[in-house]
Design a protein around this ligand. Structure first.
Ligand SMILES: COc1cccc(COC(=O)c2cn[nH]c2)c1
Length: 267
């Protein structure tokens, strides 16, 4: 899988060189490239924002740097480019080059890259979204800042790729970088080969639509608290039954919305 991130704070993603994703990058499972939006500006101050048409407080991200950066990532479609054309700018590899041939991918073709913009105005990102993203061949994340990105960037990008605005929740961040980090972790761990033991991905919150059961480890007694006897019984069928009951009870108590959806799906 290839992942591109467009941001004005590229160093923010240096942390992705460590931990699980660091290993996935090192062994080629994930090809992660970070692009500094300011590299696509051409004025002395490397300006990426400007005042909003129609007035109002705050600034809006200018469309030109986004268009130029996304062209570099998607392949500057429109002019058919011979594979391996030396004039191809940036780090576009041969599989990035867009073609104007009749077989040129359409925006909705699943083989076109997916461009994801974190946004308070997006669809909510869930474990289901993470599972879907883990199956993608190429995802481009666009990190907005300020009051947002000029709407024409989303409109134009939608003619070149599948575009999704995605929210992590009903709150506003200063920029998309933190949201992208969270999403990369959420789907990255689902990519085969990234997590050592795939079994550890199964019994966790939100996988079966239920929250996970409580976990315990040694010592058996700690500050007057005991581990539930069932977990020390060695009776695996009863343990599994108790754990499922804990999941249902916890989900019903903490997330009645999820419980209702799960219960409806049991019929
Ligand atoms: C696209 O334009 C903007 C503008 C400002 C901030 C952001 C970052 O996203 C969020 O704030 C967010 C994502 N999920 N919940 C909140 C994007």
């Amino acid at each position: 899988m290839r992942v591109d991130i467009v941001t004005i704070f590229p160093q923010f993603f240096d942390v992705l060189d460590i931990s699980l994703l660091g290993k996935a990058r090192a062994n080629g499972i994930v090809d992660l490239r970070v692009h500094d939006l300011r590299d696509a500006t051409h004025d002395r101050h490397r300006t990426v924002d400007d005042t909003p048409y129609g007035g109002g407080a705050g600034m809006v991200m200018r469309p030109e740097p986004w268009g130029e950066t996304l062209d570099g990532i998607l392949g500057a479609g429109g002019a058919s480019v011979a594979l391996g054309d030396a004039s191809t700018p940036g780090d576009a590899s041969t599989d990035d080059l867009a073609s104007t041939a009749s077989d040129a991918p359409t925006a909705c073709d699943a083989s076109t890259p997916l461009i994801v913009f974190p946004s308070p105005a997006g669809n909510v990102f869930t474990q289901k979204t993470a599972r879907r993203y883990a199956q993608e061949e190429h995802i481009v994340f666009g990190c907005g800042r300020y009051e947002g990105i000029d709407q024409r960037v989303f409109d134009w990008a939608g003619t070149r790729a599948r575009v999704e605005l995605v929210s992590l929740g009903d709150y506003v961040l200063n920029g998309g970088e933190v949201a992208v980090m969270a999403m990369i972790e959420a789907f990255g761990r689902l990519i085969p080969g990234v997590v050592g033991n795939p079994d550890s991905l199964v019994e966790e919150s939100h996988e079966g639509g239920l929250l996970e059961y409580p976990s315990y480890t040694k010592p058996a007694q700690w500050r007057g608290y005991d581990v539930p006897d069932i977990l020390l019984s060695g009776h695996h069928a009863n343990i599994a039954k108790w754990r499922h009951e804990q999941q249902v009870e916890r989900t019903k108590r903490i997330r009645p919305d999820l419980y209702e959806a799960w219960a409806a799906a049991q019929d």
